[in-house]
Design a binder for this molecule. Structure first.
Ligand code: HEM
Ligand SMILES: *[C@@H]1O[C@H](CO)[C@@H](O)[C@H](O)[C@H]1NC(C)=O
Length: 538
């Protein structure tokens, strides 16, 4: 109790201090809040992912003032020019919020996603070659091996059922298959998830995001905000030691990853010395580190951190995007048929030229497949927002003027140092001035019509903000897109999806990402039950 009192008074002093120093953003329009203690956070974090973004975007426009707990104003932004400025033009002047640092240290280690400024430049430079075009052709066979393995297990399930059809929790499979794929492509490590391995690391990466971040309560949102206000040593102690179940799963995943990464590092050095280097990303990093140039070197801790980062940033994101794809296809038999027709045409062309497998070029040259994937990434951006903080006082330009509560109309917004910006990726991806009046409709055909880019370009792929943009955009976007293409080709070529009673009630559950759950069954965790049959060859 005494501790609690002491903590709250520290908070208060911090708050008053901050308030006094601040240029105000209080006259930006935004929703009313019910409590000083929680602000708008209960609405922002509960309910389906990004629903409130759409509601507030509609009501208040592209820059919305939202109240964080304890009276702090933040901005929820979906204005294209503002996002372009914050993520691209301003360089490193908007940083990841320092208050989340200790939690991020646990999530991603001290790898590329963690560091700022010059350190980030160095990490990015070292990692980029591993994610470039030339490497892609080595990953594609890995994606086909894992998707093929998943497909043969599904065929077994279907052939042993009486009705020649099975209801499969597709998400548990995409999750395991992509775990095996990223393990192999990035680290040459076998998770064995499709074989139901009970290895501790494999278990640790099962449902990690859901266990850690799903079903936010008012108080878990509040504790995230307290992390901004308390001294970092207290936060660190809390994150590392507090007996909280959510954090325990995360700690296990972090610690086991560090252990395995160190072992792998040793093996990579040995393979390199024996002149038998592999092509996985970690091997490339180890090789790059042998150069004399300090700009391309990483410490052991930093390199180990890349494994934490890539596992965290690359696994469940791709798995979930794949699950949303299969759900949309189950909802739309005509889209599924058209896609299957294109895949089989391509397959015939590949066989006709004497090859047996889809190459990178083949995967990239199926316009309808590309359109479906882009539309899924637009409609279901699995990372639906990202957060930044102004490292100094700054002025954010806008695409569209904003009317303040005072009635004044402004074309730019002055933000004081320390202002937290929540970039609504979902909001931008459904922005009507970018995507047209039908922005809230799922329609792959919009990509074939080619009328999708009417605003300032901000993203790395398809003018989407799904992979963010600028200096800190997703380094794995090409890896992810190829993985999605390969998995979809394998699965849609072989199977047909349709909805079940449960999958008519799928929710986008917010858990740092948007994971599929069945309405009313959130306690069962993420799931996507679909009816699967063999796709006929006629
Ligand atoms: C559909 C799949 C994916 C989505 C939607 C996605 C989305 C994102 C987003 C929005 C960011 C920016 C986060 C921020 O700035 O706060 C990001 C960063 C990052 N992503 Fe991805 N990602 C995906 C797949 C991958 C994959 C497959 C990998 C690696 C194999 C990967 C590695 C990374 C890394 C390392 C960063 C940090 C980059 C930096 O800070 O410079 N991602 N991703
Ligand atoms: C990379 O090289 C530097 C300089 O030789 C060294 O200090 C560092 O430990 C190396 N990093 C790894 C991961 O081995």
């Amino acid at each position: 109790m005494a501790l609690l009192l002491a903590l709250s008074s520290i908070c208060l002093i911090f708050l008053v201090y901050k308030r006094v120093k601040r240029i105000s953003i209080a006259n930006i329009r935004g929703p009313p809040w019910k409590s000083w203690l929680y602000g708008n956070f209960p609405e922002l974090f509960k309910g389906e992912a990004a629903e409130v973004d759409f509601k507030w975007q509609e009501q208040y426009g592209d820059v919305v003032r939202v109240r964080a707990p304890l009276g702090e104003d933040r901005l929820l932004v979906s204005d294209p020019k503002a996002l372009q400025y914050i993520y691209q033009t301003s360089g490193y002047r908007f940083i990841k919020p320092p208050g989340g640092k200790e939690l991020r240290r646990l999530l991603t280690g001290t790898g590329i996603a963690f560091v700022e400024g010059e350190d980030h430049k160095r990490h990015r430079k070292v990692l980029l070659p591993g994610f470039g075009g030339p490497e892609a052709k080595f990953y594609v066979p890995v994606f086909f091996t894992q998707s093929g393995k998943m497909a043969s297990k599904w065929k077994e399930m279907i052939s042993t059922s009486d009705e020649q059809c099975a209801v499969i929790d597709v998400h548990s499979w995409t999750s395991r298959a992509t775990l095996d794929a990223i393990g192999e492509a990035a680290f040459d490590y076998q998770f064995g998830a499709l074989d139901n391995s009970a290895e501790p690391l494999t278990v640790a990466y099962t449902n990690l995001m859901f266990d850690t971040f799903a079903v936010t309560t008012d108080n878990s949102a509040l504790s995230m905000c307290l992390m901004d206000l308390l001294p970092q040593w207290i936060v660190r102690l809390f994150v590392q030691k507090a007996p909280i179940k959510r954090l325990e799963h995360l700690r296990t995943a972090h610690d086991l990853t560090v252990q395995v990464a160190k072992q792998l590092l040793k093996e990579k050095y040995e393979a390199l010395a024996a002149e038998k280097p592999k092509r996985d990303i970690m091997s490339l990093l180890v090789k790059a580190n042998l150069s004399e140039n300090p700009k391309t070197q990483l410490s052991v801790e930093e390199l180990v951190g890349q494994m934490n980062t890539i596992m965290f940033a690359g696994h469940e994101t791709t798995a979930t995007a794949l699950s949303w794809t299969f759900l949309e296809l189950a909802r739309r038999p005509e889209v599924q048929d058209r896609l299957r027709t294109q895949i089989r045409e391509k397959e015939r062309a590949i066989f006709a030229r004497g090859d047996t497998e889809f190459s990178v070029q083949d995967l990239d040259s199926m316009p309808y497949l590309t359109a479906v994937v882009k539309e899924v990434l637009r409609f279901h951006p699995v990372v639906f927002n990202t957060v930044r903080q102004a490292a100094q006082d700054n002025v954010i330009p806008l695409s569209k003027p904003v009317t303040l509560t005072t009635g004044k109309v402004v074309q730019e917004i002055a933000v004081p140092k320390g202002t937290t910006i929540i970039a609504s990726i979902a909001g931008y991806n459904r922005h009507k001035s970018v995507w047209g009046e039908d922005a809230h409709v799922f329609d792959p055909a919009r990509w074939l019509a080619g009328n999708t880019n009417k605003e300032v370009p901000i993203g790395v792929y398809g003018n989407l903000f799904t992979f963010s943009g600028g200096l800190r955009s997703c380094i794995g976007w090409r890896f992810a897109v190829l993985e999605l293409h390969a998995f979809i080709v394998e699965v849609i070529n072989n199977f047909e999806f349709s909805l079940t009673k449960e999958s008519e009630r799928i929710r986008r559950e917010a858990c740092g990402m948007m994971a599929p759950t069945v309405e009313g069954e959130v306690q069962k965790g993420s799931q996507l039950p679909l009816r699967v049959t063999i796709a006929s060859r006629q």
